[in-house]
Design a protein around this ligand. Sequence first.
Ligand code: COA
Ligand code: MG
Length: 322
Amino acid sequence: MAAKSSSILRRALLYVPASSPRMLTKSLGLTSDNITYDLEDSVTPSAKPSARHALQQHLTSFPSRPSSIRELGVRINAITTPFALADLTALAPLATVDAVVIPKVNSASDLTFATDALRHLALSRHDPASPDHNPIKLIALIESARAVTDLREICAASPYLSGLIFAAEDFALDLGITRSPSLSEFLYARSAIATAARAANLPSTIDLVCTSYRGAEGLARLEEECRGGKGMGFNGKQCIHPSQIETVQRLFAPGEAEAEWAVRVVVADEKAAKAGRGAWTLDGAMIDAPVVGKAKSIVEKAKMCDLDVEGLRQKWKDQEPE
Ligand code: COA
Ligand code: MG
């Protein structure tokens, strides 16, 4: 059974190459829902051991995660490589690691392996009877045709699984297709991932990297991709540069108008429910149970994203159902 937690906020996931001392240092001063130190594709094979060692040193150089970062992750190498076990052995015992990102998850057995390794390497964190019980979360990168066709099994493979990530570049390589600005070639895979994660009650789905990050053009592209991903059901996006974080976190949070609408619906619904009315109207549109459910989840998310929900409730306290 997969981890059930709707309280995870993982809008931006920034990769930081573990082989770059400069970026490791820089990362701790950033504000982001997630920072993920990378041992996989941003590190060349010959540099893997030194990057792993540098990351281990880095993650033990501070007592706890800076408050501006909600979650610290590490991206290990694929389970089928000779590096994965050494990565897990070095990093899983560290208290500052909240999440392990597993690349190239091709089948449920990749996650079974990681789950068993975590239980052995960080015993008390994974022992439900221990006062230190606080399992490391797993996040699976889906980047092959095989993974997309095995999503159901992958989603059910580990109790620690807390999210899926779509990786466009490796997926395009696997299918022999080329990424286009419209991203239409990824429509099926992205929809399948967002839907499978929802069906398995995984709280987090993270969309493809926007590879352009410089200037007005890069920003426009990033904004368009964020809107598109959110519209397909993703609730976060991978980032490669600190300049992308603010935009991603803003666009994956409820917008001001969206939060205001949701608060009005929730306030009016409390009155409608007292009056025994299940369906009513607001601004000429019909509101019933699924719409109220959506409004409530937007309000919850707005609170997590530190929007002024109380202020909005005060502003709309007299909202009546029409
Ligand atoms: N994490 C932390 N800090 C980063 C960063 C990252 N991903 N990318 C850039 N920075 C820092 C730089 O160190 C620099 O800080 P400093 O001058 O205070 O030291 C600042 O942000 C500006 O960087 P900039 O000069 O614009 O970028 P760059 O040319 O140094 O690096 C990339 C550009 C793309 C090489 C770099 O952003 C990067 O390596 N990104 C991650 C790539 C990755 O992990 N790929 C695999 C996953 S898809
Ligand atoms: Mg990849």
